[in-house]
Design a protein around this ligand. Structure first.
Ligand code: ADP
Ligand code: MG
Length: 727
């Protein structure tokens, strides 16, 4: 029995999914696997775990597991469900990569999909779980796809063993054929239950023109505004705050108004440049784009034009402007769920995170720029770039659907209906868009010999599988195939490969950890790997600031940051490690100072990233000790800098992981072409690549370097550059 507060109970009863509880629970009882479709906000994520709990699926020791493609969702949904059920976080808990509050008493566990995949490695039958819910399956994140493939085998095995288990796949769109019609996945198609959402009409307004670059200027009148990245979000927040200042002392006395009731009394948004069209209600096959932590990407090259003349808005309408994106600190993310202060209208400026995984209460207007920032990989060269592209029609409809949850709403599309007509219908599954070496290693570790035969909902290309296998062979994680005979893509895993699979990082970094014991280098390698796999440890001071004063402050901070990086790089030392030494120095200095917010702020480090590195160091240290019981490493917050011979050793270890990412300074004869100046030559690219001005090696230009990756922005830049020696 669940003891809910009356107001929670009342709010639940308004959710469309409550009417379907019987139908859903019956289908779950009768079937091993059930697919559940319902619009964002219909109550899938918050209510289905509660239905299962109340039906006894978490009694007698079993757990209800829920996977989310995003950390933001795993954390916030566990909090929400705990609140609704009036249960402590030790019972309704979450686990993300290196953080969680799971206890012995946990009954409902929200986690990222990657966490569950790791658990399958430890216990293939997932015996702890009575039910696994794969949430947001429409996002088609790589791990979600793999989990569905694995669970399609695990569930029947569990039932055969007399330990029955249920699988529920939840999707915000009706496009689920990749799961239901795929005979390799489910021989008998699972039943599909649709939840009819009580969606209020959303009037869609297309812009008559589609601005090419200044869409952030157009996104100015919104309530939930979808933009592409962090820098845009900040820039628009700043401009909105300036134009519609919210002053706490102007608050009304008395009751707190919530955003939707207030919005009725606020002036209407001027529709002059929009043509109104009815919402395309017939189109329910929807699929969202992917935008995980990584995809939100660097905003380095985004140009944001300010157009002051357009922004003479009425300052008497106070807006309570909040940003929302993946890298934002969790306590700031949580702000969007609370009612805005009295007298102000809530205005959330978000990236794609708000498209399906989070429901922001009380949104009436949506402003959609029609774009998303995605990471692209070149299949042949491995070069990655972040590009802003048009979203799919399905995504646009998802975004529009964010208005009209609680009353009729409006969606302003900052593009014309003709441009909308050219959008692709659906976004592609992520697995077809990125390298798969990490997945292949995980699968081999699960003794899936022939990865080509795995029941992928959408299989990756055979080129991608082959290049993954080649990389793993070169790292020594898979056995070399015999010269003749055996077909490709069935090389067995080596003992080294098993050790590597135990580390929660990509194979290249796992290889470095596996080699880290030489000359006492392990603590350094753990730190370097942790820092390399956490995004953007440095604060970005290049983003456009507002006033003169802010600009001066930013410039000061930037200068300090540059100075610190130079210090951390170990200038003056005869053996250079380059950017990796900067990472090591930054983490070392930060930990020595107690990893405080203040230290990060003063020295240009991103506090959230440093906390992540700290957790990851702990986790990697445990993993290393578990793989080799006599390693005896521990996290040392007073780590001395590595000695010269250790630095040489670190270079060798890094080279072993990044051996195919080697670049050589161009030779004299190639310098005839001016574009090769200061350039480097890599095996796979015809064109030169460069060391970024922010790199520690920008001035040194060593003859040989290895790099973490090549990122194409204004030029092809190597990221994470480390000097190595010619053998
Ligand atoms: P779905 O998973 O179908 O998209 P959810 O279960 O996430 O829907 O949300 C159902 C409803 O619960 C939302 O419409 C919203 O009103 C409410 N809700 C969800 N999360 C919160 C929260 N953190 N605070 C307040 N209300 C919330
Ligand atoms: Mg949901």
């Amino acid at each position: 029995p669940v003891d809910r507060l009356p107001e929670i109970q009342e709010a639940r009863l308004r959710l469309p999914i409550l009417a379907e509880e019987q139908v859903i629970m019956e289908a779950v009882r009768e079937n091993e696997c059930v697919v559940l479709c319902g619009e964002t906000g219909s109550g899938k994520t918050t209510q289905v775990p509660q239905f299962l709990y109340e039906a006894g699926y978490a009694s007698s020791g079993g757990i209800i597991g829920v996977t989310e493609p995003r950390r933001v969702a795993a954390i916030s949904m566990s909090h929400r469900v705990a609140t609704e059920m009036n249960l402590p976080s030790g019972v309704v808990s979450y686990q993300i990569r290196y953080e969680g509050n799971v206890t012995e008493n946990t009954k409902i566990k929200f986690m990222t999909d990657g966490v569950l995949l790791k658990e399958i490695q430890k216990d293939f039958l997932l015996q702890k779980y009575r039910v696994v819910i794969i949430d947001e399956a429409h996002e088609r994140s790589v791990y979600t796809d793999i989990l569905i493939g694995l669970l399609s085998r695990i569930v029947p095995l569990r039932n055969k063993k007399g330990l029955p288990m249920k699988l529920i796949i939840m999707s915000a769109t009706l496009r689920v054929e990749d799961f239901t019609e795929n005979k390799r996945l489910f021989r008998t198609p699972p039943p599909v239950i649709k939840v009819e959402a009580r969606q209020f009409a959303v009037t869609v307004h297309f812009n008559k023109r589609t601005p090419v670059d200044n869409y952030t200027g157009e996104a100015f009148r919104g309530i939930l505004v979808f933009l592409t990245g962090q820098a845009e979000v900040h820039s628009v927040c700043r401009r909105l705050r300036k134009a519609f200042p919210y002053r706490p002392h102007r608050e009304h006395t008395g009751s707190v108004l919530c955003s939707q009731s207030l919005s009725q009394s606020l002036p209407r948004i001027n529709l002059d440049s929009y043509s109104a069209l009815p919402a395309d209600e017939g189109d329910e096959d929807r699929q969202a784009g992917i935008d995980d932590d990584y995809n939100e990407g660097s905003d380095l090259e985004l140009e944001l034009g300010d157009h002051p003349d357009k922004e003479k808005a009425d300052p008497s309408i106070p807006l309570y402007v909040l940003p929302l994106y993946s890298l934002l600190a969790p306590e700031l993310q949580a702000k969007v769920f609370h009612p805005p202060p009295a007298g102000a209208r809530l205005c959330v400026i978000a990236t794609n995170v708000a498209e399906t995984s989070l429901t922001i209460p009380g949104v009436k207007y949506v402003v959609d720029c029609g774009r998303v920032k995605k990471r692209f990989y070149d299949r042949v060269t491995g070069v990655s770039s972040f590009k802003v592209t048009w979203i799919s029609q399905a995504s646009a409809n998802q975004r529009a659907g964010r208005a009209g949850r609680t009353e009729p709403g409006h969606c302003y599309r900052l593009y014309s209906s003709a441009v909308f007509g050219d959008f692709s219908l659906f976004s592609e599954a992520e697995i077809t868009r990125r390298p798969v070496d990490d997945l292949v290693l995980q699968m081999k570790d699960l003794n899936i010999e022939k990865v080509v035969n795995f029941p992928f909902p959408t299989p990756p290309s055979s080129e991608a599988l082959i290049s993954a296998e080649q990389l793993l062979i070169s790292l020594g994680a898979l056995e070399e195939p015999p010269r003749h005979g055996r077909a490709r893509l069935s090389c067995p895993i080596t003992p080294l490969g098993r050790a590597m699979a135990a580390f929660p990082v990509a194979p290249r970094y796992a290889k470095m950890l596996a080699l880290g014991r030489q000359q006492g280098c392990m603590p350094y390698i753990i730190t370097i790997v942790a820092a390399m796999t956490v995004r953007e440890i440095f604060e970005d001071y290049d983003r456009p600031a507002g006033s003169e004063e802010e600009n001066t402050k930013m410039a000061g901070k930037k200068a300090r940051s540059v100075q610190m990086r130079r210090l951390w790089a170990g200038q003056g030392q005869s053996v250079q490690l380059g950017d990796l030494m900067v990472l090591l120095g930054a983490v070392g200095a930060c930990e020595f100072a107690g990893c405080t917010h203040q230290f990060c702020e003063e020295n240009g480090l991103r506090y959230k990233a440093m906390l992540e590195i700290r957790r990851l160091r702990g986790q990697l240290t445990n993993a290393v000790n578990a793989v080799c019981s006599d390693a005896g490493v521990y996290v040392d917050n007073q780590m001395a800098p590595p000695t010269e011979s250790q630095v040489l050793c670190l270079r060798q270890i890094v080279l072993a992981g990044l051996g195919d990412h080697i670049a050589r300074r161009v030779q004299a004869e190639e310098l005839l072409d001016p574009k090769w100046r200061n350039g480097y030559k890599t095996p796979l690219l015809d064109d030169p690549v460069f060391i970024h001005p922010s790199s520690a090696l920008h001035k040194t230009l060593p003859e040989f370097v290895v790099y973490q990756e090549i990122m194409e922005t204004t030029k092809m830049y190597m990221r994470g550059v480390c000097a190595v020696q010619a053998e």
